[in-house]
Design a protein around this ligand. Structure first.
Ligand SMILES: C[S@@+](CC[C@H](N)C(=O)[O-])C[C@H]1O[C@@H](n2cnc3c(N)ncnc32)[C@H](O)[C@@H]1O
Length: 263
């Protein structure tokens, strides 16, 4: 199982659901019992809890990583998405965000969602193959594209999944809808602590080191990795310099797809 840090999840989800129109099909105001599977630190759980109305509704966060789940206020349950520790028909919505793209058997998780939900199943999944980056540091665009492609080639899951209509159809779900939602992340002056931390990680090459094993699995040699890391760190130093002069700007667009089906 790929592990995620609390910092990564809060940095990549910041401001994600300021606009919630793409969540309309989840019909959240009518929900009573929601399962957020692969909840991580609860970035989506918080949004779901804000949208539920009335005193009876609750959102239970489920994740296989107890360390991350500890950050989510209860109710929460440690568990595997492909063997959910809940009885059948115990929720009226089972939903996940950026979970299926990390699973070797995403179909098995969707079957579990169908087993536990009486009404809707939803998956909010990115297409990481279609991410775009614009930056005032010219080589950032080409380097991130290269590192991303190596990551996609080396991983044994499908980070480009996006819309999951086929998975939902095969699980027997009906009335399937798909909506695209672009999550745009911007770094520009005045820089936030998160923006500065992102620059520090680029200059140190830490982010790339986290993915080293996957990049080598794509066929990159150890020397090739070291060269890529040194180019990456040079790019990071340029980012830091531009930030000092308040000239650095970066826009990243990650397309997410909200797929909803009826049991
Ligand atoms: C990319 S994170 C997404 C977290 C959160 N949904 C969000 O969007 O911020 C993927 C999450 O899935 C969890 N995960 C991975 N495999 C899992 C499994 N088999 N069962 C339950 N959770 C799993 C990870 O621990 C991690 O918290």
């Amino acid at each position: 199982m790929r592990r995620f840090s609390e910092e990564y999840l809060s940095a990549t989800r910041a401001g994600m659901w300021t606009d919630r129109t793409a969540l309309a099909e989840l019909d959240l105001s009518t929900r009573r019992q929601v399962l957020d599977v692969g909840a991580g630190t609860g970035e989506l759980t918080r949004v779901l809890r804000e949208e539920l109305t009335g005193d009876n509704g609750q959102v239970v966060a489920v994740d296989a990583d107890p360390g991350l789940l500890e950050q989510v206020p209860p109710p929460r349950v440690v568990g595997d998405a492909t063997r959910l520790p809940v009885t059948e028909n115990s929720a009226d919505l089972a939903v996940c965000q950026a979970l299926l793209v990390n699973l070797e058997t995403p179909a098995r998780a969707v079957e579990e969602f169908v087993r536990v939900s009486t009404d809707r199943v939803a998956a909010i999944e990115p297409d990481n193959g279609a991410v775009t980056v614009e930056s005032t540091v010219e080589r950032e665009r080409t380097l991130t594209r290269r590192a991303r492609q190596l990551y996609l080639d080396g991983t044994d899951v499908d980070p480009t999944m996006g819309a999951v209509r086929g998975l939902f159809e095969r699980a027997g779900l009906a009335d399937i809808t798909v909506r695209r939602y672009d999550h745009v992340r911007t770094v520009e002056p005045p820089y936030t602590g998160r923006g500065l931390e992102g620059a520090r990680r680029k200059a140190s090459g830490e982010g790339l080191v986290d993915d080293r094993r996957t990049l080598l699995a794509a066929g990159l040699s150890a020397e090739g990795f070291d060269r890529l890391r040194s180019e990456w760190r040079a790019m990071g130093r340029q980012v830091v310099t531009q930030m000092r002069d308040r000239e650095y700007r970066r826009h990243e667009t990650v397309p997410f797809y909200v797929t909803v089906g009826r049991v």
